[in-house]
Design a protein. Sequence first.
Length: 585
Amino acid sequence: MQDASHIPTDLDACRSLIESQARVMLEIQKSKDDLSKENSELKLQIDKLMKQLYGPKTERSVEDPNQLHLNFGDDEQARDAQADAVAEAKRIVQEFTVRREIKKSKKTRNEQLPEHLPRYEVIVPIADADKFCATHGERIIIGYDITETLEFERPRLRVRVTKNPKLACVNHSECGIAQPERATGLVEGNRFDSSVAAEIITGKYGYHLPFYRQQDWFAGSGWCPTRSTLLNILVAAEFVLRPLADYYRRLLMTTDVIGCDETRVTLITPMTVPNIADDASVRDRRRHEVLSEAIAKERPSLNARMWAYRGVHIPINVFDFTVSRERYGPDDVLADFRGFLMADCWSGFKQIHLRSDLRITRVACMTHARRHVHESRASHPQQASVLLAMFRQLYDIEDRAKELSADDRLTLRQAESVPVLNRMRTYVDSGAVSLPHVLPKSDFAQAVNYLNNHWEQLSLFTTSGRIPIDNNDVEQLMKQVAVGRKNWLFLGSPDAGTRAATLLTLISTAVRNDLDVWAYLKDVLDKLLAGSTDCASLRADIWKQSHPESVRTYRSEERRDTANRTKLTRAQRRLQNARKNNSAK
């Protein structure tokens, strides 16, 4: 504060001083407002990160009873569609209510142990004191109380000794020795059976056990292999299985809808990179460039990528490994594909669409759009709740469309989903989601921008009954990589990444078809080692038809029960919303 003796006495000087102080006050106020805004944004970011770390992973939210429900106004088609949805919801609730009553009326679940398991008997010895009665003398056995107890035996290893006869002419050594043809083995000397390789592969990529844990597992059964031995067996088995994985990739390209996603995997930078030929592929050249750059910059590791490609209408999953997140990987895999590619809105997929001469049509994932809106609830709860209610309607419609044919699904989407999308489009274009209600840099504004930028791709599912509304099934595949990544931590070389992609392709496809992975891999290895080239008969969905004993039926039952619970929950919600709307009128 200025001393009173320094205050000017001249009027013009006083006016100038006041104006100067006013400008300073405006700057201070502006700085304060900016800091307050930045503080609010940082708090929102902290809340968002804390929810990601410690909050529920699901995007489900309890519906606010005070939330305004969507008003269809004079849209007769939308009102008719809503009435049909409510009627169907009543039918579903009644159907599941009857099922529950029938289930309750049935006897309790059979808790007996499976009949096919081997059994042995243990007769409890009788103490001498129990053999005689003090009053009547010797007692006789009149029966047994039987208790069945499940036991677990540690997996057992055994050595198969194969004797290959040697034949020769008696007294005529010049004729030489004749022998039956030896069976082809995985490694030199045929020291390890396909069953061992199937166990190692299933352990590493099915149960996510790194080699040092598998050492302990095998040691408990009497054999303690080195990690290099386990790796050598896995490498040999992958070489045998690679033709089947390549067949899966070619087969996947014959379908018309593929879902794609990718995730990060840590790749240890190799010491050297081999030279490549002048006519090397784009993939090989780019791999060489990325690895050479990492070596030159002395990076200990780099962020490689594992890609998953899922057939929507064919039960096959294909994995691919690249040393970086660039377009050359999907370009290579999808070189012969013609159809719809469901993926996130990464710019690389847009370039793939443009470079394909319309051979590939990019479809955006509705879950990604919904997720952006869901994450913006903290900053703009009212606007976000309106959009989330519309997303909920779209998924309620999809829930009813799951069991329909592609043509009937398209009819339902045209009748009900399109009006919901039109209302969403109208709301996004309205003043409620723009200044001054929504700041341009807010999370909600970014969510709206996502909708605007990808609206055409998000709406494509309403043009065909074969296109899914989202990419959730493919994102589930990424969990297989993510869980494994937490255990084996990194890939030791680019070749290890390629091997992992090959084996994940086979294991993931087997799991998708509810197969016993070990049994499937062992049989496939045996047939390929025997010289079979009929990959079509080794397809997981074909193989299971001739091996019903290796099908895990409980998995399909679990999915069915989960789908039924979801269906019932959504039907109950539709009825609840209908009652609220009726009471509000």
